[in-house]
Write a protein that binds this ligand. Structure first.
Ligand SMILES: Cc1cc2nc3c(=O)[nH]c(=O)nc-3n(C[C@H](O)[C@H](O)[C@H](O)COP(=O)(O)OP(=O)(O)OC[C@H]3O[C@@H](n4cnc5c(N)ncnc54)[C@H](O)[C@@H]3O)c2cc1C
Length: 387
């Protein structure tokens, strides 16, 4: 039987709503004014980074023991959601700071945690997560990047592709093969620093959306790092990488929610202003039904995302299912909602004079990264069919 405490999970606390109000005000004042320009010029949203760091919102998941705010998973979701509501590219600052640092938080030694989580919290550098490679996307365990032990060091060689915020971030969690015979159990995780000799970056990818978030290849050419930069024991890197994604898929769901909310809010205002046939188009039932469907899908996506955040906070055994379900459901909903929002603006929605075509382009990535939505369905089905 469900208890009263279970039901509370479905309602955000007063504190969470205060956080939402604060982030919304900040995002509207300091991030929204640059969103169109950041997209148009495909440039990093430095204004957003400054605003988030000044207000200690860039990585609120870092525990207090490492100089962080120690905020819970739902608070992190709310920060990402509210930033994405005005600028999806900027929301990748808190989202990828969590993605990149989560392996250290989950599996790192006390020394690694103190050094790197502390540096992130103190704004000494952002974190990125380097799992994917040119030939290893959905099949990430097929990676080729090698780490070979040499005394008290490991030497890394290889290429990572599609690394969000690469070049801007100071710190990188890098998954590399330490024992090629063992496939996923022969992969280990390491912290690599931007300044380590032999680390370099490719040109930014030219993308459909999230153009303000640089996505680059990262090259490792005989990068020699101390052995104590390994995260957890040798051979546990792939398990740590997957456990990380269980938690951070919830943050991609949050990003999708925010983009969809931004699109719905804008379209709702527009249909009440725009007149055709002598009245506001919001008075037509066909328009009202579209708005109702958009809001219904958005609210369902929010509920599953917040339920997943509660499971992330407690590291519940069903987090793997919920993380995949929330990411998949919310990103599909965001794609539908942003597409319908463009439709509600008619021809104007199709132009860059309005923010909706940007939101529709930005929504698409949420169906692809941190595992495509086909992969999320594989993850969910495995959970359903196991044991
Ligand atoms: C903008 C951007 C940012 C990214 N950021 C990062 C990052 O920071 N760090 C990082 O490590 N990675 C990152 N990625 C990589 C991302 O996670 C991968 O692109 C994604 O996992 C898919 O891999 P792939 O592109 O190689 O596609 P593929 O794996 O080649 O997939 C191609 C198609 O086949 C489908 N498919 C593959 N296998 C199956 C199957 N078994 N059953 C059914 N369908 C299947 C896929 O769903 C997809 O539709 C990013 C990608 C992009 C585009």
């Amino acid at each position: 039987m469900a208890s009263a405490a279970d039901f509370d999970l479905f309602r955000t606390s007063e504190e969470h709503e205060m956080l939402r109000d604060a982030v919304r005000s900040l995002a509207e004042a300091k991030i929204a004014p640059f969103a169109a320009e950041v997209d148009e010029q495909a440039r990093f949203p430095q204004e957003a980074r400054d605003a988030l760091e000044t207000n200690d919102l860039h990585a609120i998941h870092v525990p207090e023991a490492y100089d962080g705010s120690g905020a819970d998973a739902l608070s992190t979701v709310i920060v990402i959601e509210e930033v994405a509501r005005v600028c999806a590219s900027s929301s990748l600052i808190p989202a990828v700071n969590k993605l990149g640092s989560m392996p250290v938080q989950l599996s790192g030694s006390e020394e690694l945690k103190a050094k790197y989580l502390g540096a992130l919290a103190r704004k000494e550098g952002m974190f990125s997560y380097a799992l994917s490679e040119p030939e290893a996307g959905s099949d990430a365990a097929g990676m080729k990047t090698r780490a070979v032990r040499d005394g008290d060091f490991y030497v890394l060689n290889g290429v990572k592709r599609w690394i969000t915020n690469a070049g801007v971030s100071e710190f990188y969690t890098v998954m590399a093969v330490t024992d090629p015979e063992k496939r996923s159990k022969g992969i280990s995780a390491f912290v690599v620093e931007k300044g380590d000799e032999g680390v370099s970056f490719g040109a930014p990818e030219k993308k459909l959306g999230i153009k303000g978030s640089p996505t680059r290849e990262v090259y490792f050419d005989n990068v020699r790092i101390p052995a104590d930069r390994m995260i957890g024991a040798e051979g546990t890197g792939f398990a740590t990488a997957m456990k990380t994604l269980d938690h951070t898929r919830v943050t991609i769901a949050a990003q999708a929610l925010g983009i969809a909310q931004g699109a719905l809010d804008y379209a709702k205002g527009y249909v009440q202003e725009r007149k055709q046939f002598g009245k506001a188009i919001a008075e037509f039932q066909g328009i009202q039904f579209m708005l109702a469907d958009m809001a219904m899908k958005l609210e369902a996506a929010r509920q599953i995302t917040y339920a997943a955040a509660a499971r992330s906070e407690r590291s519940d055994p069903d987090l793997t299912f919920f993380g995949a379900a929330a990411k998949c459901y919310a990103s599909d909903a965001a794609m539908e909602i942003t597409t319908d929002a463009v439709q509600l603006l008619g021809g104007y929605g199709y132009t860059r004079d309005y923010p909706l075509e940007r939101m529709m382009r930005d929504a698409k990535i949420t169906q692809i990264y941190e595992g495509t939505n086909q992969v999320q369905r594989i993850v969910m089905a495995r959970q359903l069919l196991k044991g």
